[in-house]
Ligand binder design. Sequence first.
Ligand code: UDX
Ligand code: ADP
Length: 464
Amino acid sequence: MIIKNICCIGAGYVGGPTMAVIAQKCPEIDVTVVDINKERIDAWNDEDVENIPIYEPGLSAVVKEARGRNLFFSTDVDAAIDKADMIFISVNTPTKTYGIGKGMAADLKFIELCARQIARVAKNDKIVVEKSTLPVRTAEALKNILDNTGNGVNYQILSNPEFLAEGTAVDDLMNPDRVLIGGDIDTEEGKQAVEALVDIYAHWVSRERLLTTNVWSSELSKLTANAFLAQRVSSINAMSELCEKTGADVNEVAKAVGMDSRIGPKFLKSSVGFGGSCFQKDILNLVYISKSFGLNEVADYWEQVILMNDHQKRRFAAKIVQTLFNTVSGKKIALLGWAFKKDTNDTRESAAIYVADYLLNEQAEVMVYDPKVKTEQIYADLDYLNTRSSEENRARVKVVNTPYEATKDSHAVAVLTEWDEFIALDWKKIYEEMLKPAFLFDGRRLLERKTKEEIGFEFYAIGS
Ligand code: UDX
Ligand code: ADP
């Protein structure tokens, strides 16, 4: 089976970079990325490739090379489905905000809409690939819709979970630890579909890194990988609180622990809390599915990773209030960083949102600077929490274009994202322009304590 045309539904953080790399590496395959969001598609097609809607180091160069050659962005979903041999579904699957499973189960309505659209449009056999992170057994639901509402054509459903991390997406795609492809490997047709996708990745990934499994293992592996990674962060964050009480330093502990080759050094960086579109959502999916099978101990075990993370965000915000003589009412607090990690403009589940919300509840005036996040996104994130009116968020939070505007005349500065540029700021100038005592809270263990204390800051860093 030779794939000539690929369609990807969803031009977001996953679909966009993944398809750009596939198109770059497979010049003989036409790749069309479609989305119902016209603004987003227009941005992907912007003449100036630096204006593409997703900030990822190295991505604009890949898009520049492939766009217009064999990489296309369009809002004509039907046409792209019709033409494709293989369709990737890469739409968002947010946590449900209503009904059964509210706050826990994934909302699959966007996936279902895609399936129904594919079924309506497709006139020849298709391979449908789940790319979005999904709860286990979504493929079954997809197959059910496609087979029962379609035009009698055959579908093969594959699970090909994305392991890219934002900020390093292009590198993760170019040099993946492994690519996981789940399919109906007990049948000849299923095996052929899996092979077709293997052939695409084999353009640039060595065969021993291409793992094929059954669909359910593939779906569950993605949730498990993210749960394990998030668990490491929550584990080290739990230790950070103990370090602060005992005089230990969490960085020293992490280094000592990480040098044990059985444990390894990665994902042991204590922080104000993990964010991103995957960790919390995937663990919630795991908790939900475990509960639905009556596995309450399993569910409780994983839920604790999220409870610890919530605690860490709250604890950091409370530390600011406590240190500022138990009140931040009317005080200006500068937040440096809003993205959930450096090198991305994505803010989903970012710890900064929750820290800001906490401080606003304590009647602080909040100043925000982030090098890549747009002002409207910051307000949208706060509005989404529904804690106060949109007008009040706009009145009490000011988003500025330079770090120095944020920190001037503030009582405290809090570093919430580990952007490299924050290390090299003119901290002396910042100190001089702040109210005294000048408090500096490092939620990322980014800054050097000694030099900041020498300048005169009252310095607090998580985990020491
Ligand atoms: C994650 C997975 O890494 C990726 O494989 C999957 O496909 C999607 O989910 P992502 O959410 O983009 O990727 O970023 P990641 O680098 O995993 O970071 C997640 C959060 O954990 C960030 O907020 C980050 O700041 C935080 N983190 C990470 C820590 O606080 N400490 C660490 O040591 C590592
Ligand atoms: P992810 O991080 O998973 O890529 P995003 O929210 O960045 O998530 O991207 C998902 C994209 O999918 C959004 O741009 C959204 O407009 C798009 N989308 C959702 N439903 C559909 C649909 N039925 N048809 C086309 N695009 C869709």
